[in-house]
Every structure is written in structure tokens, then in C-alpha cells.
Design a protein around this ligand. Structure first.
Ligand code: PLP
Ligand code: COI
Length: 364
């Protein structure tokens, strides 16, 4: 298959789509990651054949050899992006080229083949078009989950010679159960997410697997998410389990941890930095310690904090809980700077605010 030409996707639409009335019921309050659309896209890769066998087909269980490398050594990467119904009847994606590129850099880090950007984008277009009825109206969206894993049946430890790329879609509402309420995050002082030279900047399943014990600890402590500190000094704020983090200072400036190689280079993070700087706001990508956070919250220098990502969009952080005491940032409401940043971002994503940077990719 030539990387530059359009790929031919063989289409086998399902003969058993979910009936429209059942789908409508599911879309009323979909939550996050529980409601799935009718179809999926699959593309195979082999060492000898490269990328081939692109298909759009009924979403269904897959069969895997029990020796498939992913089941033993975890060679897997994924992405997350959303399709929105815009007010004018069109459907749009937000910066899907960035997801395609990050998927390639994750692949490179995990010694996997890079899916050509055009093929990634075509797969997304194909699935969104065939399953457009699954995009909720109003605030919801269709969360697209491209992923790829090692399928070769071989127990030797080396990069697999065979992979399967799959794209599925899930109709979603708010990521957090509490909706717009500020979230409470758990500061883990026991576990770290990523170390220098590790896979922190890649979107690989293993990063999430290793975060789950801390996430479980967070949930036991009544928190929504974990905040991780750096692995070397256990001082510097890195990111949450599934989101980047921003702080809003009393002079209106923003601070966010730098892309040091141990955190995920968030596409939402990048958009927020770009939009804030365009508005004349100072944004510092610099290290910020948890002790500083505690001191700035106490002195009033820190006014707001928020988490951001595709799934969560922009979520105000109300409180950090930790074994060394809580840090309270917000009093139960989202601060004005966080609210304004969120409104602008969501406005662009949904076609209600001018798309100055060419981020919105219309597919219909
Ligand atoms: N950090 C982690 C660990 C994530 O899982 C995500 C979600 O994708 C993000 C940050 C935010 O990235 P993005 O804005 O590209 O969704
Ligand atoms: C996303 O925001 O797309 C993510 O991947 C985070 C998710 C794992 C909650």
C-alpha cells in the first residue's frame, strides 16, 4: 500500500445495527466509555507486507493467539480524539493531524511501525461517517479510540513482526461523574508515572496500567484523579493520570509543567497555551513543585488550577488531598480564568468561535 495515495478501505457494514430507538436511549446520558457505535476500522501490518487489509466492519470481538506479544510484553499504543456535531449540521474533529503524529511518535518509542498520517485520518473519517448517528446532540461527542498492538504469536522478547490497528468509537458525555463541579485529586507520594528515558511521553497502555494502583488509592480517598510528581526528586508536579495540569496565578499568568519527556504532550495543553498567549496572557512552561503549590494556595498567589485533555476537556481542580494534608484551591465553583479558557476552547471545537488556527477539520 503506497503511503501517499488514498487507501482503499473495504466496507462491510453491519447487518445488525443497534435499532434507532435503542441508540437514542443510550445517547441520552452516555457517561464516558460505555456506549459503543456499530462499526470499527481494522488495518493489519506485517514485516513483509507493511500496512494492508484496511476494513470498515461491524464492531465485534477479535480473536487473538494466546501467545500474541501484546498479552505478554504489553506492546500497545492508543490515541483519543472527538467528533462533534456542529450547529450548522456539519461534523468536525479537533486537530486530528496532531493525534496522527503523536500516534507515530508513540509507535516509534514502542518500536512499532508508524501508521501513515493520511491512513490514520482516513480511518477516522470512514468511521465517523458510517457511525455519525452515534454522535450525541448537545454537549456530547463521539470519542474515537485508535489503538495498535502486537499480534505476533512469539514469546521471544523483541519488537513484534505483526500488528493490528483498530479504531472504535464511543458516544460520550462528561468524563467526570460530577459534571462541571471542580474535581478533587489525590497526590500520590508512593508511586510515580514515568522517569527520564522511560515512556512517559508516549501514549502506551503500560503507562496507564502502572498508574492504576495510584488511581485506586485516589478513589479510596474520595478523589477523581491522581496527580503524579517526578520520579527523581518527588517534588515537581508532572500531570494527572489522564490529563495535563495548569495553574492560574494572581497576575493572570498560567504555569504548566514543561514537556520534559516524562509527561504526555497534550493537544489540549498545546491549544490552551496557544490561545492564552494569543490573548496576551503570560504562559510559563516551567517546573512547579508541590511545596510551591501548597505555599501559593495558602498565600492566595494561586487563584485557580485546572486539568485538561481530550476526554476531560477543561476541569477545574478544587482540592488536592494527600497524606500530608489537603491543599484547597477552589471553593466549589470553577474560577473565571478557567471558565473563560474552557468556553473559548469548546467554542472553537464546536464551531461557535472563529477557528483562527485552522484546528477544526470538517468531515461533512
Ligand atoms: N496526559 C495524559 C496522561 C493523558 O492520558 C492525556 C489524554 O490524552 C493527556 C495528558 C491530555 O492529552 P490530550 O489533550 O492530547 O488529550
Ligand atoms: C484522553 O483524554 O483522550 C485520554 O486518553 C485520557 C483517558 C485515558 C481518560
Amino acid at each position: 500500500m503506497n503511503d501517499l495515495s488514498k487507501t482503499t478501505f473495504t466496507r462491510h457494514p453491519t447487518d445488525r445495527p443497534v435499532p434507532a430507538d435503542v441508540r437514542a436511549g443510550l445517547l441520552k446520558d452516555p457517561g464516558f466509555g460505555k456506549v459503543f457505535s456499530d462499526h470499527m476500522v481494522t488495518i493489519r501490518w506485517t514485516k513483509d507486507g507493511g500496512w494492508h487489509d484496511a476494513q470498515v466492519r461491524a464492531r465485534a470481538p477479535i480473536s487473538l493467539d494466546p501467545a500474541a506479544a501484546v498479552l505478554h510484553y504489553g506492546q500497545e499504543i492508543f490515541e483519543g480524539l472527538k467528533a462533534y456535531n456542529l450547529g450548522d449540521g456539519s461534523i468536525a474533529l479537533f486537530r486530528p493531524d496532531q493525534n496522527a503524529r503523536r500516534f507515530q511518535s508513540s509507535a516509534a518509542r514502542m518500536a512499532m511501525p508508524e501508521l501513515p498520517e493520511a491512513m490514520f485520518l482516513q480511518a477516522v473519517d470512514e468511521l465517523v461517517k458510517i457511525d455519525s448517528a452515534w454522535i450525541p446532540k448537545g454537549d456530547g461527542s463521539l470519542y474515537l479510540r485508535p489503538f495498535m498492538f502486537a499480534t505476533e504469536a512469539f514469546l521471544g522478547v523483541r519488537p513484534s513482526y505483526e500488528y493490528l490497528f483498530i479504531l472504535i468509537a464511543s458516544s460520550v458525555g462528561s468524563y467526570f461523574k460530577g459534571g462541571e463541579k471542580p474535581v478533587t485529586v489525590w497526590l500520590t507520594d508512593r508511586y510515580t508515572r514515568a522517569a527520564e528515558g522511560g515512556t512517559g511521553a508516549a501514549k502506551c497502555g503500560g503507562n496507564y496500567a502502572s498508574s492504576l494502583l495510584a488511581q485506586a488509592e485516589a478513589m479510596e480517598n474520595g478523589c477523581d484523579q491522581v496527580v503524579f510528581l517526578d520520579a527523581a526528586e518527588h517534588r515537581w508536579v508532572e500531570e494527572l493520570g489522564g490529563m495535563n495540569v495548569f495553574l492560574v496565578m494572581d497576575d493572570g499568568s498560567l504555569v504548566t509543567p514543561p514537556l520534559s519527556g516524562t509527561i504526555l504532550p497534550g493537544i489540549t495543553r498545546d491549544a490552551i497555551i496557544t490561545l492564552a498567549r494569543k490573548e496576551g496572557r503570560t504562559v510559563r512552561e516551567e517546573r512547579y513543585s508541590i511545596d510551591q503549590w501548597r505555599a501559593d494556595a495558602a498565600s492566595g498567589k494561586l487563584k485557580e488550577a485546572f486539568a485538561c485533555g481530550t476526554a476531560a476537556v477543561v476541569a477545574s481542580i478544587g482540592k488536592i488531598k494527600s497524606s500530608k494534608g489537603d491543599i484547597v484551591v477552589a471553593d466549589g465553583t470553577t474560577g473565571p480564568v478557567t471558565a473563560a479558557i474552557k468556553a473559548k476552547l469548546v467554542g472553537i471545537q464546536r464551531g461557535d468561535v472563529a477557528d483562527e488556527f485552522g484546528w477544526v477539520h470538517r468531515i461533512r
